[in-house]
Design a protein around this ligand. Structure first.
Ligand SMILES: NC(=O)c1ccc[n+]([C@@H]2O[C@H](COP(=O)([O-])OP(=O)(O)OC[C@H]3O[C@@H](n4cnc5c(N)ncnc54)[C@H](OP(=O)(O)O)[C@@H]3O)[C@@H](O)[C@H]2O)c1
Length: 294
């Protein structure tokens, strides 16, 4: 089997490559069907997904059976100020991949986000809930979902949230760095969601990818918290007193982007389909902190 991973140098791309190479994730062994997989990593240095010609040339040569798209403009505030770039990468780039996936008859697994939802509800969002993005990042990702489903009939959309992996930048590493440098940190306490370990997500992406059960999946760590509670646990598991983390409101934080107040996702399609083995977010975080190198 030939699996092409776009955004291969990012957080999730790295985790996918690592578990495909080793045959195991932190949760357990991956399916034997991946035993002889040829991994085709691709990132911006290989080709830009928003450029149709180079995308098509690369995919025609690579002849993948499966394309897992982890490439995205993930800087949420950056998307607000460079809306055209967000649109090109997160929407048009996905359209290009979907068209090319269909041309070579490959499955497409496209990764999306909790930010496609408005975030004003009071229960976790299911796969059947209506999307209503409030930010440029969310809107560009929502259009990417639509294009992936429109232009390829072998599409899986996998929405995740609050992701952290061993390679690259993320909230966990930032909190640890700020505490180490400044001794304390202030974090918003009025936005709730699901921290997700990229290793657990990668494991479930491979569970989904070997099926033909196309459609939309939510895949996040089990349980929810605020960013403040997340930061408290990061401090605690890193050996600091959790009192080094102080809460503030979103108004006080003054983000340039409107972020969902409540964007917890329910892993309903996993539960009803391939099985939901996502760990609770605190267990997955504890293992990550015991291994991560700053
Ligand atoms: N991070 C989160 O908290 C989070 C939450 C929910 C959903 N997601 C979604 O999960 C997926 C993976 O996220 P991640 O955190 O692993 O992302 P990441 O670490 O930012 O990696 C994305 C990779 O894509 C590359 N890339 C950007 N634009 C590209 C282009 N035009 N063509 C080719 N490659 C390009 C990036 O290169 P550069 O670094 O050079 O730009 C980077 O290597 C994304 O779809 C994201 O939207 C992430």
């Amino acid at each position: 089997m030939r699996i092409m991973i776009t955004g291969a140098a990012g957080q999730l791309g790295n985790e996918l490559i690592s578990i495909l190479e080793s045959g195991k994730a932190e949760i357990g062994l991956i399916d034997g069907v991946y035993g002889n997989t040829q991994i085709i990593p691709a990132d911006i240095d290989n080709f830009d997904i928003s450029d149709m010609d180079s995308t098509r040339t690369f995919i025609k040569n690579a002849k993948p059976d499966i394309i897992i798209n982890c490439a995205a403009m993930t800087n949420v505030d950056g998307c607000e100020t460079a809306r055209d770039v967000a649109f090109k990468v997160n929407a048009l780039g996905v359209r290009n991949l979907a068209i090319c996936a269909k041309e070579v008859d490959a499955k497409l697994i496209h990764i999306s986000t909790d930010y496609v939802f408005a975030g004003n509800g009071n229960r976790p969002y299911c796969e059947w809930d209506m999307i209503n993005p409030q930010s440029a990042y969310g809107a560009s990702k929502a259009l990417g979902e639509k294009y992936a489903l429109t232009f390829s009939d072998k599409t899986f959309i996998v929405r995740t949230s609050w992701l952290y992996g061993y390679v690259g930048k993320n909230f966990v590493k930032t909190v640890r760095r700020v505490i180490k440098e400044k001794g304390s940190i202030t974090v918003v306490n009025d936005q709730r969601g699901n921290p997700t370990n990229a290793n657990d997500l990668a494991f479930h992406i491979l569970k989904i990818a070997k099926t033909e059960h196309y459609g939309i999946y939510h895949c996040t760590g089990e349980g929810e918290c605020s960013w403040f509670e997340f930061a408290q646990r990061i401090a605690e598991y890193s050996g600091y007193d959790k009192g080094v983390v102080s809460p503030c409101s979103s108004d006080e934080y003054k983000s340039p982007t409107k972020r969902p107040a409540y964007s917890s996702l329910e892993n309903m399609a996993l539960k009803c389909g391939v099985g939901n083995e996502m760990r609770d977010w605190q267990t997955a975080l504890k293992e990550y902190i015991s291994k991560v190198k700053d």
